[in-house]
Design a protein around this ligand. Structure first.
Ligand code: CA2
Length: 144
C-alpha cells in the first residue's frame, strides 16, 4: 500500500517556537515517525512538505493513480484553501486530515476546514501521534 503524507506551511518549523501549542517535537521527529511507521506496518510512505498552496495542489494531482491514501495537514491552508479541497476531490483518493493541535479549542478562524470537507476523518490534538493514527486508519480500511 502506498500512502502520501502532505504537510502545509510552517510545519517544517515544528518544535522551534510555540511548544505550548504544537509540542516540542520537531519536523525531523515527524519524518522519523513516518519512516518507523512505514517499516513497522509494511507500507510505502512518501512525504511532501511545502509552504506553497499550488505546490500542494500539484502534489495531490501527481498522486492520482499512484497513492492509495493521503494523510494531509494543510496547516494554515486548512482554513482558506478551496484549491486544496478541489484537488482532493479531483483525484478521489481516500484522505484523512490531521492537526497537531486541537483546532476546535483555538481561534474561531481555525474552526473551518475546506480540505476537511472531503476527508473521511479528521484527527486533532494528538500531536505527531495523529499522523500514525491516520496511517493506521487508512491501512485498516484500504490496505492490501
Ligand atoms: O494544528 C495543526 O496541525 C495546524 O494545522 C498547524 C498550523 C495552523 O495554522 C493550523 O491552524 C493548525 C500551523 C503550522 C505550524 O506553525 C508553526 C507556528 C509556530 C511555530 C512552529 C510552527
Amino acid at each position: 500500500m502506498k500512502l502520501l503524507v502532505i504537510n502545509g506551511p510552517n510545519i517544517n518549523m515544528l518544535g522551534i517556537r510555540e511548544p505550548g501549542i504544537y509540542g516540542k517535537q520537531t519536523f525531523s521527529d515527524l519524518l522519523a515517525l513516518l519512516e518507523r511507521t512505514a517499516r513497522e506496518e509494511g507500507l510505502e510512505i512518501q512525504q511532501f512538505q511545502s509552504n506553497h498552496e499550488g505546490e500542494i495542489v500539484d502534489a495531490i494531482q501527481a498522486a492520482y493513480g499512484k497513492a492509495d491514501g493521503i494523510v494531509i495537514n494543510p496547516a494554515a491552508y486548512t482554513h482558506t484553501s478551496v484549491a486544496i479541497l478541489d484537488a482532493l476531490k479531483s483525484v478521489a483518493i481516500p484522505a484523512v486530515e490531521v492537526h497537531i493541535s486541537n483546532v476546535d479549542a483555538r481561534e474561531p478562524f481555525r474552526q473551518l476546514s475546506y480540505p476537511g470537507m472531503y476527508c473521511e476523518k479528521t484527527i486533532k490534538g494528538l500531536g505527531l501521534e495523529g499522523y500514525r493514527q491516520a496511517i493506521l486508519y487508512l491501512k485498516e480500511k484500504y490496505g492490501k
